[in-house]
Ligand binder design. Structure first.
Ligand SMILES: [Zn+2]
Ligand SMILES: [Zn+2]
Length: 245
């Protein structure tokens, strides 16, 4: 499977990531594999993370840096059972990519039922493009219910490479199960590096391997085609602009 974009990348603004936008763009260009990345720094509730105006002012970053198309995004935290995101609507609508998920320090670690409710409500909200690392064993969910909601409301589920290599240990079995369910339901999938350092942008090896174990076709994975990716992002109605390449 050949990937053309990484929509899960952190910069120094996240507070616990270690590269600047320029370093990330230069490192990505040097690898000569990806055409596009999304900056998805953590939402405002992450300790040490950015405040709302960080996201409001992303317009300061050019559309292309070192030849790489830079999408402006967020990895928002779900902060309550309603699936509320930790960024105001007027700033969310300016972003090209809204990814969202459950994180320690940012939302109550609930029961599987509570975690599922938070994610399903975020999916239904119409504000989210991608649910990140749904296979995280720290926040158990009803995987069938989340896959069903993602399919129905046309939200992509992420297979997070970092979950299979460096963080959220124990994710693998959950990722396998989610992929199995998604294969049957034809749910949109996306692979994210969750890079916190410039040189790991576009590292998809472990995630790509389990997609291939399940025989997931390229057409089901958003970041294998610019057209597929843009068409997914542009389906979100509460954005005030079209996302282009
Ligand atoms: Zn995350
Ligand atoms: Zn992340």
């Amino acid at each position: 499977m050949k990937f053309i974009a990484d929509l899960h990348v952190h910069t120094v603004a996240s507070g616990h990531a270690y590269s600047t936008v320029l370093e990330i763009a230069q490192a990505t260009a040097a690898k000569n594999e990806l055409k596009m990345i999304a900056l998805t720094d953590h939402g405002t509730k992450m300790p040490g993370g950015p405040h709302s105006y960080h996201f409001a002012n992303l317009v300061a970053i050019p559309e292309r840096v070192s030849g790489i198309r830079i999408l402006k995004g967020i990895e928002a935290n779900l902060i309550d059972l309603k699936g509320t995101l930790d960024l105001e609507k007027q700033y969310l609508e300016r972003l090209d990519v809204v990814a969202a998920g459950l994180h320690a320090f940012c939302c109550p670690v609930g029961s599987s039922k509570d975690n599922t409710t938070m994610i399903v409500n975020a999916i239904k909200s119409g504000s989210v493009d991608i649910i990140v690392h749904p296979g995280n064993p720290e926040f158990l969910i009803d995987e069938a219910a989340v896959v069903e909601a993602a399919t129905k409301f046309d939200v992509a589920l992420e297979i997070n490479n970092c979950s299979l290599t460096a963080a959220r240990l124990g994710s693998e079995a959950h990722c396998h199960h989610i992929i199995q369910l998604a294969k049957v339901a034809k749910t949109k999938l996306i692979v994210g590096s969750d890079s916190h350092f410039a040189e790991t942008v576009g590292d998809f090896g472990a995630a790509a391997e389990i997609l291939s174990d399940h025989g997931i076709p390229e057409e089901q994975v958003l970041n294998t085609s610019i057209e597929r990716l843009l068409s997914h992002l542009n389906r979100r109605k509460n954005r005030n602009h079209l996302v282009t390449f």
